[in-house]
Design a binder for this molecule. Structure first.
Ligand code: DGT
Ligand code: ZN
Ligand code: CA
Ligand code: CA
Length: 575
């Protein structure tokens, strides 16, 4: 869902101000954004409510027509065009400098203009050489602090969300495949294991000419800096901040290298130990008995040498997959093609950006047979919450569309807010008429654990609730989830016949992997939902399925793999 708070918009404005200042824009413009940001932060009510109520934002102090327009733009699209333009104009490596505590935009500009410092390495060199202290507004102490901060930053590992890494990974793959003589290109590591964040990308290549590959790889336009380079391996830092390791391997080692660099490390350790029990040495070059290579050209050959069937990368975390493989009890993991429908989507009736019809057609194009429309019902916040009347009208529109459209069936639903005390913002009489009721938490996310847990349990007690929406409250990067006893929640779901959601939005992916697995063990069906707000959001389902696979889910564990008639039977829940 897209419900930006005043803080969110203020942050965007402050970013604009920072970038304008680095860009040497007029101090008045810079100040206008900073003032607007602090007005928003101190407002006491949400700007989105004002917009919803039709009150002009220009009534607010320091907000003129231009800024009001930018606030509305941010509230409705989640972004500001002017900011994106600035991001294109200001070198991204300068933005990285801003993130060093103690360096504001003024100082970054001084470093850039007077010392030619453009990135972290330039800064490190300048500070180490004692050139920073001589700048106006700096000094010896500041210089030392900068050096300390840089050292600390190197320690801290910066992880990148999968959905940001994916397009870069695909682009990289394509460009490497284009190099003459290149045979195989695979991105291994945590990316191949389907993790929702990656520390770096690990690329394996087999090729006839190693020199050409190295030269082309390190010369790619996306490369900001080459951090290591040898004859068979190189590491680069992309402009985006993503680190990439590339390794050239001979074809006869490809399987062994792929297995090794796919990891995880913990999984590798177990496989190597199994090898030892068979009198074998397993490493990234192959599987060896004495000096003789006995396997390693394919991953299958590596597994089979140590007495295992092939284990899919998503499971390679040493979380029981070795034992399951030995007992021939590996799960038959769900695939995207198993999903027959989607139970969570928004339209322009609440905060979605496409009409009912457009969403229905997009769902059908995504290969789905049914789609539940679940616009928001909330006490406050968000544009035009659904109420009894609007739900009835939407229901009639759905009936009409269902008569007209072929190949897709719309279900009537709502995403209803759970109040702090566990009650819902719509009465049971209204909810009972719908096919799908998702109960979700969208406020009071920092309640104490016990209170949050009981709030969710009480919400599930409402007989019309079919699904607990994004149960863990993860919303990255702001929040990893709220404090909640998920084991208790899942036990309760089982007892009251409620299902739980895996919300596939990249910022959510909630239920998390661990609790997907627990839900399966507890016999609670999981609905893998796109939570679409737009036509293209059905693509979220790919990430949701990948996440579910890491949570060991099979098609039978997932509610929306059921054909419509069976789903309808399951939705008629009895207490
Ligand atoms: P990341 O990059 O933090 O998201 O996670 P990974 O799993 O991609 O880790 P990375 O990039 O450090 O290394 C890639 C793979 O290489 C890793 O999954 C397993 C393998 N590997 C790296 N170091 C070792 C090691 O010391 N021992 C073993 N057995 N495997 C290793
Ligand atoms: Zn939603
Ligand atoms: Ca990696
Ligand atoms: Ca790596």
């Amino acid at each position: 869902m897209l419900r930006l708070s005043n803080d969110d918009v203020a942050r965007l404005f402050e970013e604009i101000a920072d970038l304008l200042e680095i860009d040497d824009a007029s101090p008045f413009r810079v100040r206008a954004y900073r003032t607007a940001a602090s007005t928003l932060r101190g407002l006491g009510r949400e700007a989105r409510d004002m917009v919803a109520a039709g009150e002009p934002l220009t009534d607010l102090p320091g907000i003129g027509k231009d800024l009001a327009g930018k606030i509305t733009e941010a509230l409705s699209t989640g972004r500001i065009d002017a900011l994106e333009t600035l991001h294109r104009d200001v070198p991204p490596s300068l933005e990285a400098l801003l993130r060093i505590p103690g360096l504001g935009p003024k100082r970054v500009r001084a470093l850039y203009q007077q010392l030619g410092v453009e990135n972290l390495d330039d800064l490190r060199a300048a500070a180490a050489a004692g050139r920073v202290r001589s700048l106006h507004g700096f000094g010896k102490k500041t210089e030392q602090r900068v050096l300390d901060q840089l050292a600390a930053q190197r320690e801290k590992k910066h992880r990148i969300p999968r959905h940001e890494a994916t397009p870069q990974a695909r682009d990289l793959e394509r460009r490497l495949r284009d190099i003459p003589g290149v045979e195989q290109v695979v991105i291994a590591g945590s990316f191949r294991r389907g993790r929702d964040t990656v520390g770096d990308l690990d690329v394996l290549v087999t090729a006839a000419s190693t020199d050409l590959v190295m030269a082309r790889f390190t010369g790619l336009p996306a490369v900001l800096e080459v951090t290591a380079r040898g004859t068979t391996r190189a590491s680069v830092l992309l402009r985006s901040g993503l680190q990439v390791d590339l390794r050239l391997v001979p074809p006869e080692s490809f399987g062994a290298a792929l297995h090794y660099f796919t990891g995880s490390k913990a999984h590798n350790v177990r496989v190597r130990r199994l090898g030892q029990q068979h009198g074998l040495k397993v490493n990234e070059y192959g599987v060896f008995r004495g000096g003789e290579r006995v396997a390693g050209d394919t991953e299958e050959s590596v597994f089979s040498a140590v007495g295992l069937p092939f284990i899919t990368p998503e499971l390679r975390e040493d979380q029981g997959e070795i034992e399951a493989a030995q007992q021939n009890r590996l799960p038959r993991l769900i695939e995207r093609g198993d999903l027959r429908g989607d139970l969570h989507a928004h339209t322009t009736a609440s905060d979605g950006r496409a009409s009912l019809r457009a969403m229905a057609e997009a769902a059908r194009a995504a290969g789905l047979e049914y789609l539940a429309i679940t616009d928001h019902a909330a006490d406050q916040g968000g544009p035009r919450p659904m109420d009894a009347r609007r739900l009835r009208e939407q229901g009639e529109a759905i009936d009409r569309l269902n008569e007209e459209l072929h190949g897709i069936t719309l279900l009537k639903g709502v995403e209803v807010d759970i109040r702090e005390d566990g009650s819902l913002v719509l009465p049971e009489t209204v909810l009972a008429r719908l096919d799908v009721v998702i109960a979700s938490v969208h406020n009071a996310t920092s309640l104490p654990r016990r209170q949050q847990t009981e709030r969710l349990m009480r919400a599930m007690d409402h007989p019309s609730v079919t699904l607990l929406g994004h149960p863990g409250g993860r919303f990255r990067p702001e929040r990893e989830g709220y404090a909640v006893d998920m084991e208790r929640v899942l036990r309760h779901a089982r007892e009251c016949g409620c299902f739980v959601e895996l919300d596939s939005q990249p910022r959510r992916l909630d239920l998390n992997e661990t609790y997907c697995r627990l839900a399966r063990e507890r016999g609670v069906l999981v609905a893998i939902d796109s939570d679409s707000h737009d036509r293209r959001d059905f693509a979220n389902l790919d990430g949701g399925v990948l996440h579910a696979r890491r949570g060991w889910l099979e098609a039978v564990d997932v509610l929306n793999t059921r054909p419509l008639h069976e789903l309808r039977r399951l939705l008629r829940r009895t207490h």
